[in-house]
Design a protein around this ligand. Structure first.
Ligand code: GLY
Length: 688
């Protein structure tokens, strides 16, 4: 197909470079770039280093990819300049990588046989580069590492794509990638829906906002100074006093780089921080950078400060890019370039255009496939036994005392032969169009580690687990790698909108959750646990906002499980608008106060035609049993399990309590009497 429609999501360096390549190679195709806010992109915030050697990338596919891209840069930028008329500031300036006395100096860099590099001792390095800090004791010279002026490169790329006919839609936020039958069906955006034949995800540090791929932001703070006497900013052009400037190469010292531009600016970077997408500089970050920069190149201590800023690296757990096909047939991934997005732009564009237009998979592509993050086997617990009649058992090493404990995992089916009129094996919890044997729903938050969570899920026998989409997106502590840690062939995902304060926010996150479930193989999963919680202290849900969001989500085809205060009128209204359950709270989230709202929950149960799930507040198995004895259809328990001293043991106890409570409800309790009533009947006893 030569006249296809392609949409690239992301207007950063990767998105623009690939769009340019696609359009140049397939002139009849319509190529559109959707860009939310390009000022956030690394294209404008990065220093523009093209430096695989200085970055000490070890030999292997990543170094091969980086060296190939570095070698493409001169011709790639020449062509860019030809199309755009703008000089992208490519400068083969070389990199000097100094070491300090007493600190580790690796005199044999791992890639020395792949590209030229020269060791300089204390005297040689000073002769080569004056004004270095006193403590510099030697270093490596990498003549082929280079730089591009990112601001100019950005201008050149934007002009070039316009020249060749790529349409750039700025200020458009993609809110959801809607999938159907393993393909992207459309993009929901702030500017309406977009459809195409092929899509590219090139959203860098923001990728998790659209897909459950493990790319988290690593923040970098930076600053710039101007060399006094270098004149005013010449907008990237070589300064007239260039030859007199004191630095003509990049200094790549420990945790710091100092990047001179030809116009007399010096860019200094960068911190590496797990600070999420926090949009500001910090005194600590800039303080650390200033100290390191002055230690390396003391001359700049008196230079006028020009600017401070920050950017976000898109970083997968293995720090390697994610390139090529995705779980959706018509979606290509081009993200996760970590520290090397500027460097890898030409090669990424080349090999992905080969792949998308001609189906040619470069041999290097296989090393950067997203599937490397998929669990190759089920959760890391040892299964013993596995006899279907007896259930299975797992062993768990307690983090408190290191003792190994064995737990039988629950067997869902009662042996109903022994219980007349109770067919436990056909007792099912029906929600929407799905049936569950287990009536215990659990969560993934607040566990001390992933392994403890995996053991607990197994011990609980639960079949549905709620996942806070926002926290997975933001890689909140305890949520890194969560999507990969659970066997979603066995467990139904219940995405929740925790952290959403408004109905709109919750709707957006619900859509994201649906796409995440699809991406993890649950194509028909439209479930959402709806939480609209404006109040951060008591975590009480907003009844009006919940009803509003529920109505909209139901119209969009969601199976909505709303989390509510135990308000019988609200529960009825939610049922009437089409919610699949109601989930009244027993007491505030995470409080373990038990079912404080018993009287209202009882009314909700009596009136509900949909399952009632008691959610929040349950602290002990007796309280879980109480909810079930009252007639609740299920309970949702997270904190009481995750924060127990031994979570898998508590998970098992909760599972047993839920089963006991359910069976007790069916068995029918005796009425409460005012007086004692002897257990052994008195009739027939002999009295004197
Ligand atoms: N490419 C340099 C950095 O990420 O800080």
């Amino acid at each position: 197909m030569t006249n296809r429609e392609i949409i690239v999501i992301g207007g950063g360096i990767i998105g623009l470079s690939l769009a340019l390549e696609l359009k140049q190679r397939s002139r009849d195709s319509r190529v559109t770039v959707l860009s939310r806010d390009d000022r956030e992109a690394a294209l404008y915030t990065a220093a523009g280093m093209l430096a695989p050697q200085s970055e000490a990338i070890p030999p292997g596919p990543m170094l091969d990819l980086c060296l190939r891209s570095r070698s493409m840069y001169p011709e790639w930028t020449r062509q860019l300049q030809e199309i755009s008329g703008i000089d992208p500031g490519y400068w083969a300036c070389g990199f000097l990588a100094p070491f300090y006395a007493g600190e580790e100096a690796d005199a044999s860099p791992p890639q020395h046989n792949l590209a030229p590099s020269y060791w300089l001792d204390r005297e040689q390095i000073r002769e080569f580069q004056p004004y270095l800090g006193e403590e510099v004791a030697g270093g490596w010279w990498y003549p082929e590492d280079a730089q591009a002026n990112t601001g100019m490169l950005g201008k050149a790329l934007r002009t070039a794509i316009a020249e060749v006919g790529v349409e750039l839609r700025e200020g458009v936020t993609v809110e959801a990638i809607v999938q159907a039958k393993g393909r992207v069906a459309k993009l929901q955006t702030t500017a309406g829906d977009f459809t195409a034949d092929q899509y590219v995800l090139a959203t860098g540090a923001w990728s998790q906002q659209l897909l459950p791929i493990p790319v988290s932001p690593k923040k970098g703070q930076m600053f710039s100074v101007r060399i006094p006497g270098a004149g005013g900013n010449t907008n990237g052009q070589t300064n007239s006093k260039f030859a007199d400037l004191p630095l003509h190469r990049v200094l790549f010292g420990p945790y710091t780089y100092i990047v001179p531009r030809r116009d007399g600016t010096i860019v200094v970077g960068a911190t590496v921080e797990d600070a999420g997408l926090t949009p500001y500089n910090t005194p600590a970050g800039i303080h650390a950078l200033l100290g390191r920069a002055m230690r390396l190149f003391p001359l700049l201590r008196d230079y006028p400060l020009e600017r401070v800023w920050w950017g976000f690296r898109p970083t997968p757990p293995d720090e390697l890019p994610i390139l090529g096909s995705s779980p959706c047939e018509n979606l290509t991934l081009a993200t996760g370039h970590h520290r090397n997005g500027i460097l890898l732009a030409p090669v990424t564009a080349q090999i992905l255009a080969d792949w998308m237009l001609d189906g040619n998979a470069d041999p290097l592509l296989a090393h950067f496939h997203w599937r490397r993050f998929q669990p190759s086997h089920s959760p890391a617990y040892e299964e013993n036994g596995g006899n279907g009649d007896r259930g299975t058992s797992i062993s768990h090493v307690s983090p408190q005392d290191g003792k190994t404990m064995q737990f039988a995992t629950p067997k869902h089916n009662f042996d109903s032969n022994y219980i007349p009129e109770w067919n436990g094996s056909s007792d099912r919890l029906e929600i929407g169009d799905r049936c569950f044997r287990s009536r215990l729903i659990t969560g993934t938050g607040k566990y001390r580690n992933i392994s403890e969570m995996q053991h607990s899920l197994t011990a609980s026998g639960c079949e549905m687990v709620t996942v806070a989409i926002r926290r997975v997106q933001n890689n909140a502590p305890g949520h890194e790698g969560l999507a990969e840690a659970i066997d979603w062939n066995q467990i139904w995902m219940l995405p929740n909108t925790a952290g959403c304060k408004t109905p709109d926010d919750a709707i957006r996150v619900a859509r994201l959750g649906r796409e995440m479930a699809k991406m993890l193989g649950q194509e028909d999963n439209n479930f959402v646990k709806l939480e609209v919680i404006p109040d951060p202290t008591y975590l009480l849900p907003d009844p009006v906002g919940t009803l509003e969001a529920a109505e909209k989500l139901i119209r969009e085809g969601f199976t909505v499980l709303p989390y509510i205060n135990a308000d019988p009128i609200l529960a009825k209204r939610l049922e009437e608008v089409g919610c699949a359950t109601v989930m009244p709270l027993g007491s505030p989230i995470g409080s373990g106060q038990g079912i404080q709202t018993a009287a209202n929950v009882q009314i909700i149960i009596e009136n509900a035609q949909v399952p009632v799930v008691v959610d929040a507040g349950i602290g002990t198995p007796s309280e879980a049993a109480q909810a079930m004895e009252m007639g609740a259809d299920a309970v949702l328990i997270n904190t009481a399990i995750a924060q127990a001293k031994n979570p898998p043991a508590m998970a098992r106890a909760m599972a047993m309590a839920v089963e006991a409570g359910r069976l007790a409800r069916a068995a029918g309790r005796i009425p409460v009497a005012q007086r004692a009533n002897a257990s052994s009947p008195l009739t027939g006893t002999i009295t004197s």
